[in-house]
Design a protein around this ligand. Sequence first.
Ligand code: KG4
Ligand code: ZN
Length: 361
Amino acid sequence: MRILGIETSCDETAASVVALDDAGTPQILSNVVYSQIDDHAAFGGVVPEIAARAHVEALDGIVATALAEAGTVLGDIDGVAATAGPGLIGGLIVGLMTAKAVAAAAGKPLIPVNHLEGHALTARLTDGLEFPYLLLLVSGGHTQIILVRGVGDYERWASTIDDALGEAFDKTAKLLGLPYPGGPNVEKQALAGDPSRFAFPRPLRGEARLDFSFSGLKTAVRQAATAIAPLSRQDVCDICAAFQLAVTETLVERVGRSLARFRGEFPTIGEPALVVAGGVAANKAIRTALEELCAGRSMRLVAPPLALCTDNAAMIAWAGIERIRARMTATDAMTFTPRSRWPLDEDAAPLIGSGKRGAKA
Ligand code: KG4
Ligand code: ZN
């Protein structure tokens, strides 16, 4: 089976071909990602309209490149999987409409994919992980802890009630005059900083619920920066270090509680796995802290290679394969409309601050 995947939900235009052989072994035949970072850098964040236009311009060429690099043609593809949500609506429309057109022209099935499901199932593509496992998704748009029980079977244990973690990194960077994207720059400055100089809050620490909140932390960073302005280079480094320590400790505390809950619900699994995905998983301080946390609980930390942790189309193609294998493809695929909000766990209660249209997913 060979599936073409298309991803356009944020600021990466991506296409990929993933194959599954008769023995059930997957292979990524191509994985093309065009990052629009340069298009958005001047604005300090992703501008939805610019993103949608950039997807329109780039997608045809990216799909052609993905097919060529895979050494295949549309006629030999068994289906087209495309991100149908959640994400920026303009980009989703471009990707899903393109996928519909390609599927219709080639006479192949279309598989609309939930972007979060792509992240959730990646560890099965890279590490052949068995269900169930726990997923920590930390990116620019999402901060969630999800119990992955099976294909299409997810339970959201935690989400952010305000900003996503990557968003908190990006906003902190912007406030300190560091370039976009902020995460890697905050991490770099933090290396030369003294984390004990500022006592930033650890939001929701000690609360039994597993959710996250980062907007109060962001405010504390702004107040600290304003109080000592103008900032020297060392001030910036110290704020970054203190911010990074605060979010790392927050993650460890929240995830630690989730691991205990997982152990309680699945006492017979020998060495359960925690999967990390999303751009923030690139952060070495965070990664090391999670590794130590898992090691201390006799759990395994599974971190797919970064290129498959951040937004890409191989995970979308793979989610398509998983859905075909599980006979869980939508029957109304060609009339499926993109969803800017689309929680993995439709039963999860909306969180405070998530707005009328449901959780920030
Ligand atoms: O998964 P991703 O590439 O895209 C989506 O948000 O969907 O994640 C990007 C986010 C950005 O907010 C970026 O600042 C953050 O991940 N990020 C990091 C690091 N590298 C990327 N945050 C902290 N430390 C890093 N090293
Ligand atoms: Zn993502």
